[in-house]
Design a protein around this ligand. Structure first.
Ligand SMILES: Nc1ncnc2c1ncn2[C@@H]1O[C@H](COP(=O)(O)OP(=O)(O)O)[C@@H](O)[C@H]1O
Ligand SMILES: [Mg+2]
Length: 244
């Protein structure tokens, strides 16, 4: 059953006062200066803001690929700072799917082989992994391209293979860093429609980092970052693009 789309969804990720500085001394860069954010299940949350404001750093912290200096991150009720590295790695492998601007597909592998990678890494048999990958390729509308290699696919189709790959192990969190930056408007639109559909499950959440104002309208919630902080969070339709 879907929960109501009125802001009462439960919190999947809770970030409080998160700080992160790169380097030391004169060359130190304070990338995150006390970031607060709640990410809710069943929602597509966008993180927007000018280049260099800390979006990618924050995303990396939220999903446990980067350590942070201060504050706290609760990811599905687990305190990331209190977990050992190996625990974080295992937790991330099970719970997080990644979608980037570069599709990062293996050029000598077909669409269905590429989409099966996370399950192969998790130890599934090739048959099981490819069966799941085929279901996801069908779901994102390119099931008929299962035997095609990346070079035989358009940018939009490659991104859909990457989306299938990000979802094949049924992660609860899908993170996307500038997922439409290499795509034309129509393909970008299609990708966001898919992500919106994917997010719309009470056990799931999608975070999209972007400065592509063409896709802002797909967000349930927009966190506006500036200079290492979330300065405002806007509900659907409340945000009007300032960064292009
Ligand atoms: N690995 C790193 N080493 C040093 N500085 C970094 C590193 N990653 C990011 N930064 C700096 O941190 C700030 C935030 O970067 P980033 O999170 O990539 O911003 P955004 O994704 O919003 O463009 C920038 O000033 C950037 O130069
Ligand atoms: Mg970035």
């Amino acid at each position: 059953m879907n929960e109501p789309a009125n802001g009462h969804q439960s919190v999947a990720i809770e970030a409080r006062g998160v700080t992160k500085t790169f380097g030391t001394g004169d060359s130190a860069v304070a990338a995150l200066k006390g970031v607060n954010l709640d990410v809710r299940f069943g929602e597509l949350t966008m993180i927007v803001g000018p280049s260099g404001c800390g979006k990618t750093t924050f995303l990396s912290v939220l999903c446990g690929t980067m350590k942070f200096d201060g504050g706290s991150v609760q990811l599905f009720g687990r305190d990331l700072a209190a977990m050992r590295d190996a625990e974080v790695t295992a937790f991330r492998g099970k719970n997080v799917g990644f979608i980037f601007q570069q599709f990062n597909l293996i050029p000598t592998w077909s669409a269905v082989e590429n989409a099966s990678v996370p399950l192969l890494l998790a130890g599934a048999s090739r048959q099981t992994a490819e069966a799941a990958a085929q279901r996801l390729l069908d779901e994102v509308g390119i099931g008929q391209k299962r035997r095609s290699y990346p070079t035989e696919l358009s940018g939009g189709q490659q991104q859909r293979v990457a989306i299938a790959r990000a979802l094949v192990h049924e992660p609860r969190l899908i993170i996307c860093d500038e997922p439409t930056a290499s795509l034309d408007a129509a393909s970008g639109h299609h990708v966001l429609e898919l992500l919106q559909k994917i997010a719309c499950r009470p056990d799931r959440c999608v975070i999209v980092v972007t400065h592509d104002s063409r896709i802002f309208s797909f967000a349930d919630r927009i966190a506006e970052m500036e200079d290492g902080q979330v300065k405002a969070v806007h509900g659907r339709g409340e945000y009007h693009a300032q960064y292009v």
